[in-house]
Design a protein around this ligand. Sequence first.
Ligand SMILES: Nc1ncnc2c1ncn2[C@@H]1O[C@H](COP(=O)(O)OP(=O)(O)O)[C@@H](O)[C@H]1O
Ligand SMILES: [Mg+2]
Length: 340
Amino acid sequence: MERRDAAILGFGAGATALITGLTVWAALLLGVTAVEGGTLSAVSLAVLVLTTLAAFEIVAPLPAVAAKLGAIRASGARLFGVLDAPPSVAPPARTGLEPDGDPTVRVRDLRVRYGPEEPWALDGVDLEIPAGWTVAVIGPSGAGKSTLASVLLRFRDPEAGRVEIGGTDVTAYPADEVRALVSGVPQDPHVFASTLRENLRLARPGAEDDELWAALRRARLADEVTAMPEGLDTRVGTHGLGLSGGMVQRLALARALLASPRVLVLDEPTAHLDPDTRDAVIDDLLDAAEGYSTLLITHDLAGLERVDRIYVVREGRVIQSGTHAELSREEGWFRTVSAH
Ligand SMILES: Nc1ncnc2c1ncn2[C@@H]1O[C@H](COP(=O)(O)OP(=O)(O)O)[C@@H](O)[C@H]1O
Ligand SMILES: [Mg+2]
C-alpha cells in the first residue's frame, strides 16, 4: 500500500514537472514566433509564460492527493463497514465506560460466595492494579483466585464491596462493555474444533488476517503457525492438530489480545505446563502484557520477580502484599513457599 502510494506520488510529481516544463517551453516557442511575427508584444510573452507556470502551480498538489486517495478510500470503507455492521451488543442499560480512559482497577472489600449457605470464596479483598502495572495474585488452590478473575471479567457480580475501573463501578455497566476493557485467559482455555483463524476470530469476528498475525506475533505463536503448511487454515482441537499446552496458552493469549483490552487477566497460565516450558511461557506472556494493566494469577513463583506487586490470597482474604523483594524479606506464607 505504502509502496504503491509512493510510486503514484513519485510518478505524479515527476510527470507534473515534465508537463510543466514542456508546456512552458511550448508557450515560449510559440510566443517568440508570435513576437517575431509582430502579433504579440514582448510584455505579453512574459505574461503568457508566467501564467502557464502559475496554472501548473494549481495542479502540482494533485499527485499527492492521488497518492492519499487509496488510504482515504480504505478508511472510508472501514468506516462504512463499522456503520453497516449489526450491533454486537444489546442496547446497554447505561453506557459510558471510557475505552480510552484510565484503566486502573480498584477492588474494595470484595465479597463473593457461590450460594447463601456457602462460605465466602472472597471475604473482603482489597487490591489495586494501577494503569500499566502487572500485579500477581498468588495463593493455594481454593484461595479464591479464579473467583476474583471471574468478577473482574463480569462473569460473577460481587455480593458486597465493589470493583472499579477508572473510578467507575463496573456493575453499573453492561457486562459486554466491561469485557471490551477487560479480557482474559481462563484457567483452562478452550480450543474449538475449527481452524486457527476461527479460533482467533472468536474474540473479534471479522478480524483481518494481518490483525490475527499481529496478535500471534505478540503472543509468540507466529513462528509456529508460519511453519504449519496450512497456516491460519490449520484445523485444531478435536480431530485437528493437537496443540501443546504452551501453544494453547499462547493461542488463548492471542485471542485475548485481539479483543484490544486495557486490562488482561491471566488465570494460572502455566498450571498445566512442565517446569521447562513454564518459565519460557510466563516470560513471553509477561512480555506480551507489557503496556496493559495485567493481573497474573498463579500458584507457583515463576516470573514473580518481574511483577510490580504481589498479593498473597488465602481463604478469600489478602494475607500479604508487596513487591517480590519485600515479600522475600517478610516472615510469612510467601517466604515459606519460596524456600521450597
Ligand atoms: N462454581 C462454583 N460453585 C461453588 N463453589 C465454587 C465454585 N467455584 C469455586 N468455588 C469455591 O470457591 C472457593 C474459591 O475457589 P477458586 O476461586 O476457584 O479458588 P482458586 O482459583 O484460588 O483455586 C473454593 O472453596 C471453591 O470450592
Ligand atoms: Mg483457580
